[in-house]
Design a protein around this ligand. Structure first.
Ligand SMILES: [Zn+2]
Length: 411
């Protein structure tokens, strides 16, 4: 066996997650998890039926602040961005591990969030993404309490705002940049959605732009020769569509929305589009972004030059509406190894993968971070037909418990 393999195996053994399974307090906590399925489901339904549209997570946040207090967390508070924070204090403050789940859904205000049963499936928008993660956070606190588990370090439970879409990770950004926990966090774990198969340790970076071009408009016949924002925008789209994105590191782009103009015989006054750029590599993302901005600039100049005789020019407004950094928590990091080991002792063979989650922000700051599922099954996320089936949820909760205790240590 090559030396490197032996040393990796040795390091795994030294984590002794398997030893935790012998600890009476962990056994008690596991028994609690095994016998609390109804309690966990009731919690899940309560959370899901409090709407949390983008930028309107306050009501669900208030529920979490109340729950954190009821469950005995320390220093429960809501920060200025809307994140709800509470501490399960150990012997010391360090290591300080953040366990989090996002409060927001993708669904607008007024969406019916009543949970309906179809067989063993619970159906409601947001039930899996991310009410499953939020409910697991509550279940984990209850399990720690049930086992009277005394930690060496401290866990900060955080219900974050603004994970989805245009929320653009505003909750975690605040937490790690201006919040009271900034620069004190040793590792970050996000519970997001069901399943136990994936450990997301790589952050998929993205940049999103909203572009708007404006001109004077006019009559298609009478004013011919005036700058046309739709023509200019189309030139930019055509240039972008010809960009050769590498497949490794995977890099993608899409113009997801385009609109403009008023009528067939009218030179439009405006045209706009939303563009989504993604890459596994920060350098490739920047290259693609530069290409888009140059293509836009060229497209506007070309239209202005082409129609210079009219004496009118197009105005361009380019707004960055999403900016998620990329990066990764190394496989060899203590956090990833502990998560792998906690999975393995539960009989799970995890797959390391890449996604865009709350972990993007700590990863970009060099703080070890992963995102994991919390058991059960689901489908149709981000659709009104979203469903969650709690079968196998105990496995997710137990792994989460082992991971939390493995990261902080037990006294
Ligand atoms: Zn999510």
């Amino acid at each position: 066996m090559p030396a490197s393999i032996i040393s990796i195996a040795d390091r795994f053994r030294s984590l002794s997650i398997a030893d935790l399974l012998e600890d009476k307090r962990i056994v008690t906590a596991f028994e609690f998890i095994d016998t609390s399925s109804q309690r966990f489901t009731a919690e899940l339904i309560r959370i899901c039926e409090i709407p949390a549209p983008p930028f309107k997570e306050q009501e669900r946040g208030r529920y979490f602040a109340a729950r954190f207090n009821e469950l005995g967390l320390d220093d429960v508070h809501t920060d200025s961005e809307g994140n709800v924070i509470g501490f399960y204090r150990g012997e010391r403050e360090q290591p300080l591990i953040v366990l989090s789940a996002h409060l927001d859904t993708v669904f607008p205000e007024g969406t019916d969030v009543k949970v309906r049963y179809v067989g063993s499936r619970m159906c409601a928008p947001g039930i899996a993404d991310n009410c499953a993660g939020l409910a697991a956070m509550i279940g984990l606190i209850q399990a720690l309490n049930a086992g009277q588990i005394k930690l060496r370090g401290t866990v900060a439970f955080v219900a974050t705002v603004g994970e989805e879409g245009e929320g653009d990770l505003r909750g975690v950004r605040h937490l790690f940049n201006e919040g009271k926990l900034a620069k004190r966090v040793s590792a970050f774990i996000s519970f997001d959605g069901p399943g136990v198969d994936f450990i997301t340790h790589q952050a998929l970076g993205s940049r999103r732009y909203r572009v708007r071009l404006e001109g004077p408009g006019g009559h298609s016949w009478g004013d011919f020769g005036v700058v046309n924002p739709v023509h200019a925008l189309s030139r930019a789209v055509a240039r972008l569509a010809d960009y050769h994105a590498p497949s490794e590191p995977r890099t993608t782009y899409s113009v997801g929305r385009i609109e403009g103009g008023e009528s067939v015989n009218v030179i439009p006054q405006s045209a706009s589009m939303d563009v989504d750029l993604r890459s596994a590599s920060e350098a490739e993302l920047t290259r693609l972004e530069d290409f888009l901005l140059t293509a836009l600039n060229r497209a506007v100049i070309d239209e202005n030059v082409m129609r210079a005789a009219s004496g009118k020019k197009l105005k361009a407004e380019v707004r960055l509406i999403g900016n998620r950094p990329s990066g990764e928590t190394p496989r060899e990091s203590y956090l990833v190894r502990t998560a792998m080991e906690a999975s393995r002792v539960m009989g799970i063979t995890p797959i390391l993968n890449r996604a865009s989650t709350d972990s993007n922000v700590p990863i970009s700051l060099g703080i070890p971070a992963i995102t994991i599922g919390v058991g059960g099954r689901s489908n149709d996320c981000h659709r009104l037909s979203e469903w969650f089936d709690p079968t196998g949820r105990e496995l997710g909760y137990k792994r989460a418990l082992l991971l939390a205790v493995g990261m902080t240590g037990i006294v």
